[in-house]
Structure formats: structure tokens, C-alpha cells
Design a protein around this ligand. Structure first.
Ligand code: HEM
Length: 220
């Protein structure tokens, strides 16, 4: 969501795709996700730049191995840096740029077969939750942008957002993302019940991601 707010054209393209393919349905379901190619590209591009488990899980070599002229003895702890791999200029054009389109005509996926993009690891100890995680991510983002238009609070520009990441086994934003969600016209009716946090016709939401501070959503 942070990258989408920093890149309004990507947000617009995503909303167009989701709203068009939802075809007036009141709620998007898993069956609708198959054709949402831009949505999948958005998720891949986000996992490329912000892998939630940047060093994957530590591994240990079981035998001596020669790799790219490096000798790795048996029983060496090996850390694979997925964060750096996702930003490697040898694999990615303008790697620091958030550009979901790069995945539209590409077969590169996150399933562990393309070693330039391994947010879920690879091999027999790769993440078994890939399919579940992808559906949950896709469904959550699709449903949010289907019903709401999102903007940054007045006076805040995308380039002003603090992109510092916190520490921990899984990485999240250090500071919560504050965004203003406005029900889009087709969804307005469905949201007439939301009055408590409806300020000037804008539902103010914060993506509170730091469990250290509060588990409650934050309404600025
Ligand atoms: C975006 C969401 C997720 C990401 C980025 C992620 C990432 C990872 C990574 C990087 C590993 C280590 C793989 C390696 O070292 O090669 C891993 C392992 C694992 N993940 Fe996930 N994961 C996610 C969601 C899930 C979900 C939803 C589940 C369960 C429903 C899950 C269950 C596991 C398990 C059990 C392992 C250990 C596998 C093993 O050691 O054999 N993960 N995950």
C-alpha cells in the first residue's frame, strides 16, 4: 500500500483493472483473481523490493562445495540475502524503481524457480505457504482498492514518506502508514454504516503495523 501511495499511476492502473474485472460485483472473491495480471505484478514488484524475510532462513551446508570459485566447507552457516538479490542491477533494469509493469510480459514468478526473485526462498525447504500467502495478499489489496480510493493525508507527498524498515524476523514499516480512504462512488452505498470514523466523508485509516506500539487502528 505504501508503494501504491508513492506511485499514484500504479494505483490508478490497479484500480482500473480490479474495478473493470469485478464487473459490478459487490465483493471480489478468489475466483476473480486469476485474470488480475496487474495485481499480481504489483504484489511481485512489492515482494522484490521489500521481501518480508530479507535473509530467508539460515541454512547449513551438508558437504564441501565449490560455488563460483568459492570453497564452502561442510557445516558452514549460509545466509541468502533475498533483499540484495531483488535489487541486483545484473538481473533488474533500474532495480530501485517501483515498476510493476516489468512483470507483465515476464515469466518470472516467486515460486522459487527464478533465482532473481526468491522472497519465499527456494528448494525443498522453501516456504510451503506461498499459494496461501499470495491469495491472501491479492484478495486483501484487490478488495481495498475495489471499494476505496486512497490518498495520503493533506500536505504529505509520496516522496516524504519515511520508508525506514523495522527490525525483526519479518520486516515491516518502522512507522505506521497513515492513509485516507474514501469510499468510491460504487461502494459508497455499502459503507453508509461506517459513521464512527467517517470524517468529512473520508474514512481515515492507518495501517498500524508496529505491534510494539498498539494493536488498535489509529485514526489521525
Ligand atoms: C508473504 C508471506 C510469506 C513470506 C514472504 C514467507 C517467506 C518464507 C521464507 C523466506 C521462508 C524460508 C525459505 C527458505 O529458507 O528457503 C519461509 C519458510 C516457511 N514458511 Fe513462509 N512466508 C510467507 C507466508 C507463509 C504462510 C502463510 C505460511 C503458512 C501458512 C508459511 C509457512 C512457512 C513454513 C512452515 C516455513 C518453513 C519451511 C521449512 O523449513 O521446511 N509462510 N517462508
Amino acid at each position: 500500500m505504501t508503494e501504491l501511495l508513492r506511485h499514484p499511476r500504479a494505483m490508478e492502473e490497479l484500480q482500473n483493472e480490479v474495478r473493470q474485472l469485478a464487473q459490478g460485483k459487490s465483493e471480489i472473491t478468489e475466483d476473480d483473481l486469476g485474470n488480475m495480471q496487474y495485481l499480481k505484478a504489483v504484489i511481485k514488484e512489492t515482494l522484490r523490493l521489500h521481501p518480508p524475510v530479507p535473509p530467508l532462513l539460515p541454512r547449513e551446508s551438508i558437504e564441501d562445495v565449490e560455488l563460483l570459485r568459492y570453497h564452502i566447507p561442510a557445516k558452514t552457516q549460509v545466509i541468502v540475502n533475498a533483499w540484495t538479490i531483488g535489487r541486483d542491477p545484473l538481473s533488474w533494469e533500474n532495480p530501485e524503481e517501483y515498476r510493476p509493469k516489468r512483470f507483465l510480459n515476464s515469466n518470472i514468478d516467486v515460486k522459487g524457480l527464478n533465482f532473481e526473485l526468491i522472497p519465499f526462498g527456494a528448494g525443498r525447504r522453501g516456504c510451503p505457504g506461498i499459494a496461501f500467502a499470495n491469495v491472501v495478499n491479492e484478495l486483501a489489496i484487490a478488495r481495498l482498492v475495489h471499494k476505496f480510493n486512497f490518498a495520503l493525508p493533506e500536505g504529505i507527498k509520496g516522496e516524504d514518506l519515511d520508508m525506514t524498515e523495522g527490525t525483526g524476523i519479518t520486516i515491516r514499516r518502522k512507522s505506521p502508514l497513515v492513509a485516507v480512504a474514501t469510499p468510491c462512488s460504487s461502494a459508497r452505498e455499502a459503507y453508509t454504516n461506517i459513521t464512527l470514523h467517517n470524517i468529512n466523508n473520508q474514512l481515515r485509516v492507518a495501517f498500524q503495523q508496529d505491534p510494539g506500539t498498539s494493536t488498535q487502528p489509529y485514526y489521525p
